[in-house]
Write a protein that binds this ligand. Structure first.
Ligand code: PHE
Length: 475
């Protein structure tokens, strides 16, 4: 329960202790797992491994690690610092720490949460449907061409995907209803170790298949010839989405964290685990795909069409397939709760709603916005013909929400966070929050961080934004 925090009649005499009133992460591990749970999501499990394979394997990995270190990690730490110093919603934190319209960036994050969750919950719903269906009846019916037909059939129908999307949103809002410690922290402490365990078991299964090495070669063989400018942009853009930065998720989570937590180390841990789990996920998927002579395929098709075909033929495929979709579902759910929390925190801290009303209102509204997104995704979908104007030509509602949020809203959100630290809040305050000392006595690490936030990170983000505009304008 959200404790009787909002029951003012009984709490009037309590000291105005922020943490008591707002709830907080009870343990350091809980905070780390919640942040890792947010970062590890659909982006890691099917997007990253495929992009890596297509863009030169280990060669791409090097570029990607550079982007994470020089852009992702500094921005992640920037959000952590803003959140813990502000101790309130992203909107409120910007407002509290400096004058000026910076708080609008918090509001942009709330809007990005709406956009992202409305299509992310649709995909998470498909994953849940594959888990439930696979557990009940296995994957035998997905052999060969039947797999594609079944997937298209599912996403074109108007009923089933929406029911599953509703379940995803209900679970997400249900967890948030219990608050930080009893909701988010408890879910992450249970789900993240489970995710890791399933991942390791699947890894053993996949790597012991005959022909597994070919899959590893696809992922890791360094081929610098395949690295292009596009690969670099891809790596930059993905480093943003995958670390859940640019929309205030990490500001919000950090606003619930205690002063004795070392934010720099935590940011490093989150980035390391996020990358590690993405690599392990690829090492589960590609050996299996290659062992059965399948094509590594693209994004959604890989997870929803190719893999079920693999499970249809694999010994123990029923169990392995169900476990795989359960794993992906856990990854997605710990991300959906993190995308909804900034919205809920904003409604609670700034709009004075109680947590349960905020969770229900935010979850319900996003579910409603998500319905048209779901109905627009497939060619057979009811709303596929309805398009929205966008630079470079009209797109479906689903693609509109996806493109606007990940190509523009997240990078802008991250850029403004950097500018805010450098120009509004200031070096001294930021350093004090990172290391507990003022700028002059800060550790070399903190100095390096500030320097990156002031130079390389914003420059990298501007490159992403310019490239996105050029890409759209040239369509
Ligand atoms: N990081 C998540 C993933 O990789 C997605 C996400 C984006 C979550 C933005 C929160 C905020 O799937």
């Amino acid at each position: 329960m959200a404790k009787p925090r909002h029951d003012h009649s009984h709490r009037m005499a309590d000291p105005p202790d922020q943490h008591h009133v707002r709830g907080h992460f009870a343990t350091r591990v809980g905070f780390i797992l919640a942040a890792v749970g947010s970062a590890v999501g659909l982006g890691n499990i099917w997007k990253f491994p495929y992009v890596m394979g297509e863009n030169g394997g280990a060669a791409f990995l090097l570029v990607y690690l550079g982007c994470i270190l020089l852009v992702g990690l500094p921005v992640l730490l920037a959000e952590f610092v803003i959140g813990r110093a502000g101790e309130t919603s992203a909107v409120g934190s910007y407002r509290k720490l400096a004058r000026g319209p910076w708080w609008l960036n918090g509001l942009l994050g709330v809007a990005a949460g709406f956009f992202i969750l409305s299509f992310y919950s649709a995909v998470a719903g498909w994953v849940l449907r594959y888990f439930v269906n696979g557990t009940v009846s296995g994957f035998a019916a997905y052999a060969g061409d039947a797999s594609a037909e079944r997937f298209v059939g599912l996403i074109s129908s108007a009923g089933e995907p929406i029911v599953y999307q509703f379940l995803v949103m209900a679970m997400t809002a249900g967890i948030l209803f219990f608050g930080i410690e009893k909701g988010i922290e408890r879910a992450a402490r249970f789900l993240m170790p489970l995710l890791f365990l399933i991942l390791l078991l699947l890894l053993v299964r996949s790597l012991t298949l005959p022909g597994a090495m070919e899959g590893l070669a696809f992922m890791f063989q360094p081929d610098f010839g395949k690295l292009s400018w596009k690969s670099v942009l891809e790596a930059l853009g993905h480093s943003f989405f995958t670390l859940s930065i640019g929309m205030g998720v990490m500001i919000t989570y950090a606003s619930y964290v205690d002063r004795d937590v070392h934010l720099g180390k935590t940011a490093g841990t989150v980035a390391t685990l996020d990358t590690g789990i993405a690599l392990l996920a690829g090492m589960v998927i590609f050996p299996a795909v290659f062992a059965f002579g399948m094509e590594p395929g693209t994004g959604p098709a890989l997870m929803f069409i190719t893999l079920p075909q693999v499970f249809a033929q694999m010994p123990l495929g029923h169990v392995v397939g169900a476990a795989f979709f359960f794993l992906v579902f856990i990854a997605a759910l710990t991300s959906t709760i993190s995308i909804l929390e900034p919205v809920v925190t904003w409604l609670v801290d700034d709009m004075d709603l109680t947590r349960w009303v905020a969770s229900a209102v935010a979850g319900g509204l996003i579910f409603v916005v998500g319905i048209p997104a779901t109905l627009s995704v497939s060619e057979g979908g009811l709303l596929h013909g309805f398009t929205l104007p966008f630079l470079g030509g009209p797109v479906t509602i689903f693609d509109f929400l996806d493109n606007v949020s990940s190509k523009f809203m997240l990078p802008i959100g991250g850029l403004v966070a950097c500018l805010f630290i450098v120009f509004a809040w200031g070096r001294k305050n930021a350093m004090a929050e990172v290391t507990g000392t003022d700028g002059d006595n800060a550790s070399p690490f903190a100095k390096l961080w500030f320097w990156t936030v002031a130079t390389v990170a914003p420059a990298g983000i501007i490159v992403i934004l310019v490239a996105a505009v050029i890409e759209l304008a040239s369509k």
